[in-house]
Ligand binder design. Structure first.
Ligand code: ADP
Ligand code: 5GP
Length: 238
């Protein structure tokens, strides 16, 4: 699968009878979901994308090997270190980093396409990667830090997932605390992932709030809507 290619998503609020939608098109949003490994951000990100037709998952490029049921082009674009270096040379990444000894990068094309189409791009990337996306697109980025309800529960989830060797789990737990501290200082929202459905509802609320804020601040969005209402270009009858 070619990195970054996806058709434009239909607007979720588009009426079925072809009538005109009230309001400006939904603004594009970059939703950076960070978390210490094992907190549930991948699960949450995929559930969020499945529930929102105009959301897309930003498929990162990585040098690490696939785990379990992971598929190339769906969970990650799995590449060699040489190919990764080539992509760095082509300036293909919005950001990239070395995490747990492997390289991971966000494709610039994914971000740019999502913004152009007014989509919600969902990023499952580490805290400093999220900070780089925010630095590059400050007005469009919202950072949510997913937290486990406790460190014991984090360890239980990592062991339950059980695709990593013991050594890798110990390493992940060791960096988790630092990631939480750093993430909490940088993110816009904290989302405790105690129960998946509750965490998802919290994420929905965050996105609805941020989109409303962006829409309201859009370039003359209300003025344009008012002009269309006066022209009768928008039908508001029930
Ligand atoms: P991350 O992407 O943060 O490393 P995952 O999404 O892979 O984490 O989740 C880690 C493990 O925890 C997985 O086995 C997942 O099914 C499980 N998990 C995720 N969210 C919850 C939750 N709310 N309650 C219980 N288990 C969860
Ligand atoms: P995992 O190997 O468990 O899938 O991911 C390891 C870490 O790398 C996670 O914290 C994950 O969020 C992060 N990661 C995945 N993709 C990217 C990326 O494109 N950029 C950055 N900076 N981190 C990423």
């Amino acid at each position: 699968m070619a990195p970054g290619s996806q058709p434009a998503a239909p607007r979720p609020d588009a009426p079925g009878d072809g009538g005109e939608v009230i309001g400006p098109p939904a603004p594009g949003l970059l939703l950076v979901i960070s978390a210490p490994s094992g907190a549930g951000k991948t699960t949450l990100a995929h559930r969020f994308v499945a529930a929102h037709p105009d959301a897309r998952f930003s498929v990162s490029v990585t040098t690490r090997a696939p785990r379990g049921t992971e598929r190339d082009g769906v969970d990650y674009h799995f590449v060699s270190r040489a190919r990764f270096a080539e992509l760095v040379g082509q300036d293909a990444f919005a950001e990239w980093a070395e995490v747990h000894g492997q390289r991971y990068g966000t494709l610039r094309s994914t971000v740019e396409e999502s913004l152009a189409r007014g989509q919600i791009a969902v990023f499952d990337i580490d805290v400093q990667g999220g900070a780089q996306v925010k630095a590059r697109w400050p007005d469009r980025t919202v950072g949510a830090l997913v937290l486990p309800p406790s460190m014991q529960e984090l360890e239980r989830r990592l062991r339950d997932r059980s695709t990593d060797p013991d050594e890798a789990i110990r390493r992940r737990l060791a960096v988790a605390r630092a990631e939480i501290e750093r993430g909490a200082a940088q993110c816009d929202y904290l989302i405790v992932n105690d129960e998946l459905d509750l965490a998802l509802a919290r994420l929905d609320a965050v996105v609805a709030h941020e989109r409303a804020r962006l829409g309201g601040a859009g370039e003359g969005a209300e003025a344009e809507l008012a002009a269309r209402l006066r022209r009768g270009a928008v039908d508001v009858r029930p």
